[in-house]
Write a protein that binds this ligand. Structure first.
Ligand SMILES: Cc1cc2nc3c(=O)[nH]c(=O)nc-3n(C[C@H](O)[C@H](O)[C@H](O)COP(=O)(O)O)c2cc1C
Length: 398
């Protein structure tokens, strides 16, 4: 059930795109929380580059094609989804709105698209699977103690999670300078500045206090001797990132997990090939939304090289900077099967609960639909480089 407040709903009615959701979140959250979601690393070049990559492509419309019926459904790993979009995994969502993980899970289930729950979420994978068994995927990181990652895989298998995602792009945590400036540390020190931010966003602060303050990382609770939220978070922080991990973690997960396996955070075509050889079923091409290596390329810019490297056998998903349905269409033209996005989903749910997330997903679906109509395309199968100016003129005029 949506937990949008009346005020949320009024604002939500006025939102017409993903950027509006960001604006709503900016006015709902204290700066320390908004910046945690919004920020990248260092000079935030990677963050900007993710958007710039989409701006470099133009779709060329084709007219006088019957587009009265348009189909944007997509099949992946034996399931049909209503749109070629999904929600990227994001940790500590409950900090931005209590219950946010399950709101995202339910909104995705209603929209019939994948929601990738982070193992660093606040609600548990057990509760997400109880609410949204057909559309919830599960993401995990390698852990210093391999028995934890093994147990997370075992739990996902016992719950019959459809797709498992192993994120490999976090040998260490990137330098997130907004967080350093804002004093987003653990444990959080309540400086006068942070208290003032809380007073300026009373609804968020009240929600935060009512729910008991620092949210529990439910997936990790079983592994901690002390069961309070702070001790569980400490354990998480001591186990991830695991800088000594190697490709062995992928081999381990592949041995234990019999279902579809995606590797998230791949940018180099040779790493993509290693994933393929290790038996991964697909890749989420991602630079963690510009939150790890600031000089990393935009995922869109390495998509074609990765497709060329792994061939047609692997599912490729692009994540990072997707803010419009037309961005999704561009990525599909360049060889992706699906796109996922993070921040827009977190902003919508933080600002307006499940209703916010549901509206964002509707807007994205409608934009994909409008884009298909405008380019004279009735099915995702008809997308390809020939629809873009950046392919050659020869191909367009052939
Ligand atoms: C608040 C936040 C938390 C995130 N937590 C995780 C995580 O736990 N696991 C993970 O693989 N990626 C995580 N990411 C990265 C996202 O999955 C995704 O790669 C990124 O947000 C995509 O870029 P976009 O926000 O521009 O769509 C996080 C991103 C944000 C914004």
């Amino acid at each position: 059930m949506s937990q949008a407040f009346e005020g949320d709903t009024m604002n939500l009615n006025a939102a017409v795109n993903a950027e509006d959701m960001r604006a709503l979140a900016r006015s709902a959250l204290p700066r320390i929380a908004f910046d945690f979601i919004d920020g990248g690393v260092a000079d935030e070049e990677g963050l900007a580059e993710n958007r710039a990559a989409f701006r470099r492509h133009r779709l060329v419309p084709r007219y006088l094609v019957d587009v009265s019926r348009r189909d944007q459904t997509v099949e992946m790993f034996g399931s049909r989804y209503a749109s070629p979009i999904g929600i990227s995994p994001m940790g500590i969502a409950g900090f931005f709105r209590p219950g946010a993980d399950l709101m995202l899970a339910r909104a995705a289930a209603e929209a019939k698209i994948p929601y990738i729950m982070s193992s660093a979420s606040c609600d548990s994978i057990e509760s997400a699977m109880a609410e949204a068994p057909d559309t919830t995927w599960f993401q995990l990181y390698g852990t210093k103690d391999p028995s934890i990652v093994e147990d997370l895989v075992r739990r996902a298998a016992a719950l019959k999670v459809k797709v498992l995602v192993l994120t490999i792009d976090t040998p260490i945590i990137g330098g997130r300078e907004r967080n350093i400036r804002n004093g987003f540390t653990r444990p959080l020190k309540l400086t006068p500045g942070i208290i003032l931010q809380g007073l300026m966003r009373p609804r968020w602060t009240l929600d935060f206090l009512k729910s008991g303050g620092v949210p529990m990382m439910e997936n990790w609770k079983p592994y901690s001797a002390e069961k309070d939220a702070s001790s569980v978070a400490d354990l998480y922080g001591s186990q991830t990132p695991a800088p000594a991990q190697t490709w062995e973690v992928l081999h381990l997960v592949r041995r234990l997990w019999k279902g579809p396996l995606l590797v998230k955070g791949v940018l180099h075509p040779e790493d993509a090939l290693i994933c393929a050889k290790a038996g991964a079923d697909g890749i989420i091409i991602s630079n963690h939304g510009g939150r790890q290596l600031d000089k990393a390329p935009a995922p869109l810019d390495v998509l074609r090289d990765i497709r060329a490297s792994v061939g047609d056998g692997m599912e490729l998903i692009v994540d990072g900077g997707i803010r419009r349905g037309s961005d999704v269409v561009v990525a599909l033209c360049l060889g992706a099967r699906m796109c996922t996005f993070g921040r827009p989903a977190m902003f919508s749910v933080a600002a307006a609960g499940q209703a916010g997330a549901a509206k964002l997903l509707r807007l994205m679906r409608d934009e994909i639909d409008m884009t298909l109509a405008q380019i004279g395309c009735t099915s995702l199968d008809d997308l390809g480089p020939h629809r873009l100016t950046s392919s050659s003129h020869a191909a367009l005029h052939a």
